[in-house]
Design a binder for this molecule. Structure first.
Ligand SMILES: NC(=O)c1ccc[n+]([C@@H]2O[C@H](COP(=O)([O-])OP(=O)(O)OC[C@H]3O[C@@H](n4cnc5c(N)ncnc54)[C@H](O)[C@@H]3O)[C@@H](O)[C@H]2O)c1
Length: 290
């Protein structure tokens, strides 16, 4: 019989040389996950996926009214594994109180999805400014929620994970962390001044990617992985012309369905990505590859 090969890279708990012959499933049973901005468009998608994988989920948002999509997910997976707390990511004290509540209700969180964000979607009645006129407080508000809000949540929940030696943080970025919004996608909108994607949005998401790398380095040996999941264009209320233009600009020819985001989230949140940290997973249908 051939000698068993010694493998220094074997996962903890795996016999040397042994490798599973089937891919492990995503099982987050017994884990507690925190999702910020849980009540918007994508928050219920992340929360539903985590609940579906067996996790207990603590949702944080500015209000405590559960919207229909999340209610449907709770009907499927069980209301007893979900807790919604009012917490503003611009307020460190809110996050600290949420951690305390999470610890006493569900136990230590080992997954954090930093999803709370503000943007300015194109809409005929939406406010818009010429670049030189964008009020400072509008830019500062976007940076405060998207970038600093993510930092604050990592300071509170991530520090707890590092102290306990286990966790996965998924910071929600955006295609626009690494690419400029294409102004041609918005030219058909009849707005004066013309619609302008806020420059602070991409700035904030680039900061989120930088923070993921920073914390991956800081906490790499303390059992906490930190990655960015950056969606491209996600279907949800955009006008037909925008969808056509975005599709034509995308190798896969279309925008993403929200169901196509859950696999990447569960991959990063779970042990399936046990040796992945400090990276940005783009889920953009190839938008950024050409
Ligand atoms: N939807 C997309 O196409 C898309 C694409 C790329 C990236 N993203 C990112 O995904 C995340 C979610 O996007 P979405 O489309 O669901 O946005 P959304 O506006 O529908 O939801 C955002 C949620 O965050 C909450 N929120 C805002 N400020 C907060 C604060 N200070 N504290 C706590 N919660 C706060 C809002 O109340 C809302 O429920 C954002 O970070 C966004 O930048 C979205």
């Amino acid at each position: 019989m051939a000698a068993q090969k010694t493998d220094d890279t074997a996962a903890p708990g795996t016999a040397p040389g042994a490798a599973p012959d089937v891919a492990p499933g995503v099982d987050l049973t017994g884990r507690t996950a925190v999702v910020t901005g849980a009540l918007g468009r994508l928050g219920p998608v992340w929360a539903g996926a985590l609940l579906g994988a067996g996790a207990r989920v603590v949702g944080l948002d500015l209000s405590a009214d559960v919207p229909a999509p999340l209610d449907a997910a709770l009907d499927r997976h069980g209301h007893d594994r979900f807790l919604l707390l009012k917490a503003d990511v611009t307020e460190r004290a809110d996050l600290a109180a949420a951690l305390a509540e999470c610890l006493s209700t569900f136990g230590p969180p080992t997954v954090l999805v930093n999803n709370a964000g503000i943007d300015q979607p194109p809409s005929a009645d939406g406010e818009s400014w010429r670049f030189g006129d964008i009020p400072g407080e509008v830019s500062a508000g976007i940076l405060d929620v998207n970038a600093l809000g993510t930092l604050r949540a990592c300071q509170v929940f991530g520090t707890d994970m590092a102290e306990r030696g286990h966790g996965s943080i998924v910071n929600i970025g955006s295609l626009y962390a690494g690419m400029a919004p294409d102004p041609r996608l918005y030219e058909h909108l009849a707005q004066d001044p013309p619609f302008l994607k806020p420059p602070a949005y991409g700035m904030s998401k680039a900061g989120v990617c930088a923070l993921s790398r920073y914390l991956a380095a800081l906490w790499g040996r303390r059992g906490v992985r930190v990655n960015t999941l950056s969606p491209g264009g996600v279907l949800g209320g955009q006008d037909r012309r925008f969808r056509e233009l975005f599709g034509a600009r995308t190798p896969m020819g279309r925008m993403a369905d929200t169901t196509e985001l859950t696999g990447p989230l569960l991959f990063l949140a779970s042990d399936l990505s046990g040796y992945v940290t400090g990276t940005e997973l783009l889920v953009d249908g190839g938008y950024s590859c050409w």
